[in-house]
Write a protein of this length. Structure first.
Length: 306
């Protein structure tokens, strides 16, 4: 029998980041399908106003009961309110308007170009380096998305008007990502997400009931299900994960996960909505995926040492 003392082997700490990334990608990509279902039975601005307002009230109500409201300074509350205009009111207001005449798969694909544009703005405003690889990745991303958009328009399956709204939606989420990193709010992401949602709902409120008609709402079980997912899975959980990834991974790397959305979004759209996916659509994803690899690929040791 050996008398040698046993040596405690340290256990590797569990890293929840891959789990967060996977859950974020699933929630964010399926939100395009839920949004498509929602705008079929409800005017988009009314749907979003109700979604943001309910999510904000739920988050801030729970925070108040738990005594967490003081965890956010007035300055940080103002930052999250501004983010509510960019990330909620503009991004989803424009995106859901586009979803009325654009397929869920194409809508998700266009917004997935977020990483390359974020990389360019991050170089200009956050001091992140813009190498030849990032420039090449930007061009490939534009080519890939442009190829699929051109193909869809040539088939007449998606309207040019809807695509313009979706492109404007893309610009809003890119600006919102940069603003989050520039202003870097220090307070609770949970409370901040509540402020962001409530600000987005209040910003859309006058437009929702001026440009839309409540009588156009078609009550249905699928509308209730889509709305519940958008509030709980989209506005609350997905955005909380998004802000966490921005803090932990940085703007460029966190935005890179949006390039996982096109195949997931098209898969969900095919499974739930029966949207047709062609080989040309999948071919367009190839340069987009290569582009994001070039944008987010770490610099070599030799390059970093020079």
């Amino acid at each position: 029998m050996s008398l040698a003392p046993s040596i405690a082997v340290p256990r590797t700490a569990f890293n929840p980041l891959p789990l967060y990334i996977g859950l974020f990608c699933l929630l964010w990509s399926f939100a395009f399908v839920a949004g498509k279902i929602g705008v079929t039975d409800c005017p988009p601005l009314i749907l979003l106003t109700a979604r943001f307002s309910l999510a904000g009230i739920l988050i801030l109500g729970i925070s108040a009961l738990r005594g967490e409201m003081s965890s956010l300074s007035w300055r940080d509350a103002g930052v999250f309110a501004i983010l509510g205009l960019a990330n909620n009111a503009l991004y989803l207001g424009l995106g859901y308007t586009g979803l009325q005449t654009v397929s869920a798969g194409l809508g998700g694909l266009i917004v997935s170009a977020n990483p390359v544009f974020t990389a360019v703005l991050a170089a200009a405003f956050l001091g992140e380096s813009l190498t030849w690889r990032k420039v090449a990745g930007l061009l490939l991303g534009i080519i890939g998305v442009g190829f699929i958009v051109w193909h869809r328009m040539s088939l007449g399956t998606d309207s040019f008007h809807g695509i313009l709204f979706t492109l404007a939606s893309l610009a809003s989420i890119v600006v919102g990502t940069i603003l989050f990193k520039v202003f870097a709010p220090k307070g609770s992401l949970w409370v901040g997400n509540g402020v962001q949602n409530l600000a987005g709902g209040l910003a859309l409120l006058p437009f929702a009931f001026t440009l839309s008609d409540v009588g156009d709402i078609v009550p249905s079980a699928r509308l209730v299900g889509a709305f519940a997912f958008l509030v709980l899975g989209g506005s609350i959980l997905a955005y909380l994960l998004w802000f966490h990834l921005l803090k932990v991974c940085g703007a460029t790397a966190a935005s890179a996960y949006h390039f996982l959305m096109p195949p997931l979004g098209m898969l969900f759209a095919w499974m739930v909505l029966g949207e047709h996916v062609e080989i040309r659509d999948l071919m367009g994803i190839v340069p987009v995926a290569l582009g994001i690899y070039l944008v987010t690929r770490p610099a070599s040791k030799t390059a970093r040492s020079t």
